[in-house]
Ligand binder design. Structure first.
Ligand SMILES: Cc1ncc(COP(=O)(O)O)c(C=O)c1O
Length: 338
């Protein structure tokens, strides 16, 4: 029985073309900015998002941390959605390392609006931490891969600016949002101060994320990347598949979205799971199983050769990606409904 791995799009393996690109990459010392392949990827990423500059970092977590360190000083406050990855899954790095305190905003399907930000904002009074940064997650992982529209981002960014704060997007899966909404990446990046995106998820690269922003910000971020040990030497071996990803791997994300929708429909119809279909917008499906039954469900699925992630005591997550075909979806439904 073949194993069908729906735990995450991070399980994707590099394509042959990526491996070939790694083999042929022109390399140099990127800490001294002498790796032509990294320089090319950073230029491509900046251009793709319509911003002045970009910085290659080892991971999405590093991208968020470096961005927070670059925007904030210790004791600052950052506003983020209540289940944002930066708060929920990054080991409190924003506090442990950057020294900032999160203020949580409950969103609707991962999205909050300017009024929510206004309501959460307590002002710059003596007793409060300094409100410094607004964080937006697009697509929102724990909400089920839901998308912010460019207008929703702009409205919150405008409110954040009015309140004297900077704005950062955790766009680990921003290209999923771009494909789902036919939105240009630049339409997300134009009114924010920084945006990170990952090469290593649906885009199938083995490693790597980028931060985009203006020259001045990226210059300071480069120093913070070095502080956390993220200065890499012949990082062209990471950048080379990244160039393939940006050129070739974005449009195919639609296939993952179609597979996720088919999977969600089948899980409801054939397996009796509860799913909020309106939140199945990209490549993530969050399903409710029996009360406190997530672990049991996952174990049973594992025995049937289907790998999933636990998302709560009674919720499980399925993620579609390049390693999953429409036939695999049929097979998953047949195994889980048996
Ligand atoms: C929304 C979001 N942000 C950031 C990250 C962190 O990325 P990495 O695993 O590369 O550190 C993830 C990882 O899944 C994510 O889903």
């Amino acid at each position: 029985m073949n194993v069908i791995d729906l735990r995450s799009d991070t399980v994707t393996l590099p394509t042959d073309e990526m491996l070939e690109a790694i083999r042929n990459a022109e390399l140099g010392d990127d800490v001294s900015r002498e790796d032509p392949t990294v320089n090319k990827l950073e230029e491509m990423a900046a251009a793709r998002f319509g911003r002045e500059a970009a910085l290659l970092v080892p991971s999405g977590t590093a991208g968020n941390l470096v961005s927070v360190m670059t925007h904030c000083v210790r004791g600052d406050e950052i506003f983020c959605e209540a289940e944002a990855h930066i708060y929920y899954y990054e080991l409190g790095g924003m506090s442990a390392i950057a020294g900032v305190i999160p203020r949580l905003i409950k969103g609707r399907k991962g999205v909050y609006g300017p009024q929510d930000l206004d309501d959460a904002f307590r002002g710059r009074e003596l007793h409060f931490p300094n409100p410094a940064l607004v964080e937006i997650e697009n697509t929102h992982n724990r909400a089920g891969g839901t998308c912010w529209t460019p207008k929703q981002v702009d409205d919150v960014a405008k409110a954040g600016r009015r309140l004297g704060m900077k704005v950062h997007i955790d766009g680990a899966r921003i290209f999923n949002a771009c494909v789902a909404l036919s939105a240009d990446p630049g339409s997300y990046a134009k009114n924010v101060d920084s945006l990170t995106f990952c090469l290593s998820k649906g885009l199938s690269c083995p490693i790597g994320s980028l931060i985009v922003g203006d020259e001045e910000f990226i210059g300071r971020a480069r120093k913070n990347r070095k502080i956390i040990g993220g200065g890499m030497r012949q990082a062209g071996v990471i950048a080379a598949p990244g160039i393939v990803a940006l050129t070739k791997m974005v449009d195919r994300l639609k296939e993952d979205h179609d597979n996720a929708k088919a999977l969600a429909r089948g899980l409801v119809k054939e397996c009796g799971l509860k799913i909020d279909m309106a939140s199945v917008q990209t490549n993530i499906v969050v399903a409710e199983v029996d009360a406190n039954g997530a672990e049991r469900f996952i174990e049973r699925a594992r025995k049937d050769g289907v790998l999933l992630s636990e998302f709560g005591r009674s919720t499980v997550r399925f993620v579609t990606h390049r390693g999953i075909t429409a036939d695999d979806i049929e097979e998953v439904l047949s195994r889980l409904s048996a």
